[in-house]
Design a protein around this ligand. Structure first.
Ligand SMILES: [Zn+2]
Length: 299
């Protein structure tokens, strides 16, 4: 089975017409480097027609393609699960859980719980820090319409920070967000340590919380002139706010980071747009199964 490419919904539905075709796709990912029985190490097998599971020829242990992956125990059908992954990766904005539930005729709880699992796979591994030109800025997100940039100590608002890496022509390369408890240097530096290389050329506003970081980072503080300091960063802030508002009826403090991770995932892989679905499916296959209890705990 060839790997699925692109963003075309018609090609997508043509490729995955049945749950069985999705099982076949996952089986090929799982055993692309060959099969080895987990019980006895034997490498010869028979394929089960029902779900492309491998039946070991020596000990007859049967391994399903989805065991110990995020697709484990997906009860509403793999084809619907694939559609959720497609919507969340290949489309620009994705959907809310209730929209997804209506489209796929599943319960809202089911959609919510599976979308949480997908977001776990979308979380950055923080393995490739930003190296080029990077802008960092803080912003708040509140329940009420709030287009204000900058800091606010309103306790009801979520305090956030964004780092945007731009290319030579000013285009957005990558974006990361972090949720802050407050605007102290200790909180602010978390996004630096996680996502920004010491060799990056960084610009921030004049907030004193950034100043101590100058010792370790190539950091320039420039006066922020009501949103004109970096066009790119304000575009990103505007986009993420409008996505959050249009997709979620209420953004809880405990969930916002996961939504921001989802948003970053799509932006950061937009240059690989052709392969974004396949990349995410591959990640989900290598992420250990996430049980319902884990999701409740990780809220
Ligand atoms: Zn075996």
């Amino acid at each position: 089975m060839e790997k699925f490419k692109g963003e075309n919904i018609l090609e997508f539905t043509d490729k995955f017409r049945t749950d069985l075709e999705c099982f076949e796709y996952l089986a090929e990912i799982k055993w692309r480097n060959g099969f080895k029985c987990v019980k006895c190490n034997h490498s010869k097998f028979t394929i089960r027609k029902k779900n492309f599971a491998r039946d070991c020829n020596a000990c007859h242990h049967i391994e399903s393609p989805i065991v110990d992956t995020i697709f484990h125990r997906v009860r509403f059908g793999l084809r619907k699960a694939f559609t959720i992954v497609f919507e969340m990766s290949a489309t620009t904005k994705s959907l809310s859980a209730s929209q997804m539930a209506k489209r796929l005729k599943i319960s809202r709880t089911t959609a919510t719980s599976f979308m949480k699992k997908v977001r776990i796979s979308m979380k950055s591994t923080a393995s490739q820090p930003m190296i080029g030109r990077v802008f960092v800025d803080e912003f708040v997100f509140g329940s009420k319409e709030d287009l204000k940039q900058g800091r606010s100590n309103d306790s009801k608002k979520k305090k956030l920070i964004v780092a945007v890496e731009v290319n030579d022509t000013g285009g957005i390369k990558r974006v990361y967000f972090d949720q802050l408890e407050n605007y102290s240097c200790k909180e602010i530096r978390k996004i630096f340590d996680k996502h920004i290389s010491k060799s990056a050329s960084i610009k921030t506003d004049k907030w004193t919380g950034y100043s101590p970081l100058k010792k370790e980072f190539d950091l320039n503080q420039i006066k922020s002139d009501k949103g004109n300091s970096s066009k790119e960063i304000h575009t990103v802030i505007h986009q993420v706010k409008s996505w959050l508002r249009s997709t979620f009826s209420w953004v809880h403090k405990q969930h916002i980071q996961k939504y921001l991770d989802e948003f970053s995932y799509r932006i950061n892989r937009s240059i690989y747009k052709d392969n974004i679905f396949d990349l995410l499916i591959n990640r989900m296959m290598s992420t250990q199964k996430v049980l319902y209890q884990d999701i409740i705990i990780s809220k």
